[in-house]
Design a protein around this ligand. Structure first.
Ligand SMILES: O=C(O)C[C@@H](O)[C@H](O)C(=O)CO
Length: 271
């Protein structure tokens, strides 16, 4: 299996708390992005001391209370399944704080991390604040929920976005990359993809490749898998009959999403 592809882990780490994914700088090649998925049974609580990391807590499904021990946001989260296709609530918590997530109902929560030094206020990013964008034309149409875009100064490094791609369509396409710290042309941002499919037996294909093909991996990605994009172009193709959802976390030395399209395929945008 590719080193870039992670299958669900399902490790019970406390009563009612299951760690599904845990991508860290220790177990991956990523320096700027960390990512966890946890499942919580109703009433279960997950607590974490952040240290020198900031965190965006996304209520992927179900309802939760989130607290940084000073402020508590109650009953956040908006959907039973991501395929309701409505935005959800998230909470930004800065470095050197402790956070607690308590499940009101059964819940799946994404924890998106990046190294951070400067404390910022804890903030509820409510579903209604998500910028909803329809991108692309033809079989390149997809819908984006901007949870934490670079236009929102709430975070030091993190960028978080959800993408829905319908049956037979492509997203993160034409292929683009952001692996050079060379602004204003391109920014360096690592990225993770947390994927779901509807119906759940579906799969998508994701290719991660560089210009010189020193990295060139095409992965069959199934429901609940994570793909790690340390560098390179990273398009996603969705087979007929299935809808794709993914949650992207990006971070790098500068909090700007400035991508570079693969010149071989950029013509697709100009048709
Ligand atoms: O527009 C899309 O298809 C989504 C991508 O931009 C995705 O969020 C990404 O690749 C970010 O670099």
């Amino acid at each position: 299996m590719s080193k870039l592809l992670r299958k669900p882990n399902n490790q019970e780490i406390a009563q009612g708390v299951t760690l599904i994914h845990d991508v860290t700088s220790e177990n991956s090649s990523l320096e700027y992005v960390g990512f966890k998925i946890i499942d919580l049974a109703p009433g279960a609580t997950y607590t974490e001391e952040l240290g020198k990391q900031e965190c965006c807590i996304v209520a992927v499904t179900g309802r939760v209370n989130v607290s940084d021990r000073e402020v508590t946001y109650e009953n956040i989260g908006t959907r039973e399944t991501v395929f309701e296709k409505q935005p959800t609530d998230s909470v930004y918590v800065s470095n050197d704080r402790v956070f607690e997530v308590e499940a009101v109902s059964g819940a799946r929560v994404a924890l998106c991390y990046s190294p951070s030094e400067k404390q910022l206020p804890t903030r509820l990013i409510s579903a209604s604040e998500n910028g909803v964008e329809q991108r692309g034309t033809g079989n390149n149409k997809r819908m984006v929920h901007n949870i934490l875009p670079d236009s929102d100064p709430s975070a030091n490094s993190l960028l978080v976005v959800e993408v829905f791609t319908e049956s037979g369509n492509w997203s993160s396409y034409p292929p683009h990359k952001h692996d050079q710290d060379n602004l204003p042309e391109e920014s360096f941002l690592e990225e993770t993809y947390y994927h779901e499919m509807n119906p759940s037996q579906g799969f998508v294909f994701q290719r991660v490749y560089t210009d010189d093909r020193s990295l060139d991996e095409t992965m069959t990605v199934e429901n609940g898998n994570v793909v790690i994009v340390p560098v390179g172009y990273h398009p996603v193709g969705v087979p007929e009959g299935y809808t794709s959802y993914y949650l992207n976390v990006m971070a790098g030395p500068k909090r700007i999403w400035k991508f570079h399209n693969d010149p071989d395929h950029e013509w697709i945008l100009k048709r």
